[in-house]
Design a protein around this ligand. Sequence first.
Ligand code: ADP
Ligand code: MG
Length: 222
Amino acid sequence: AEVEMVRMDRLNLIGQMAASISHEVRNPMTTVKGFLQLLKSKQELKDQEYFDLMIEELDRANSILSEFLSISKTKSKTLERCNINDIVNYTLPLIQADAQYNDKLLILELNNVPYLQLDAQEIRQLLLNLVRNGFEAMESGGQLKIITYSANDEVVLAVTDEGKGIEQSVLEKLGTPFFTTKEQGTGLGLAVCHGIVSRNNGRISVETSPKGTTFYVYFKSS
Ligand code: ADP
Ligand code: MG
């Protein structure tokens, strides 16, 4: 069964704090990273791995802040008339590279759909987040499908994987910032997706079984 995910009010509150904190914390981090790089170049070779580790951790913290920051935006800056198929095609090289790197098969089915008012850049981010989760859900091989179609008065973007599905206990927490079941996860991908979908007047739902998972994003077309 499809489960509607509604976590918007919680996200808005967190988002407002995120905006100011992210900006303030990033600047000192950039300074620290710069000096670490400088120090690294002055150390003996055997010490350099510690510096690499510190720099990597700073980069990781920074990317968490970036994702957090993108939850916080409350309004899309640039809603423009565009076609979701063009957005998928534009993102394709990136997705294809990901697929190749992860040894996955990519299947595209782009049907004729009406134009929408969207923030194209945000929709690309949304698609990438869903696709990456799909790849990460499939242990070895497997295929990932990206489908667009129109149904009733909506345009649908669906991303289907052949992973092991999402357990009920995990399903209930989807979209909660920092919730992850992955060792290297940030738990922010779906939270970011929720923000994007809400700013672009859409809704998102998920259908899952032990054979795979589909995320559906719906946009009103009229
Ligand atoms: P992250 O990918 O960093 O863990 P996300 O917000 O993107 O954070 O996803 C949160 C969690 O939702 C994941 O850790 C995973 O348990 C679950 N999840 C998301 N997408 C899928 C999927 N396609 N198949 C199985 N589990 C998924
Ligand atoms: Mg993710």
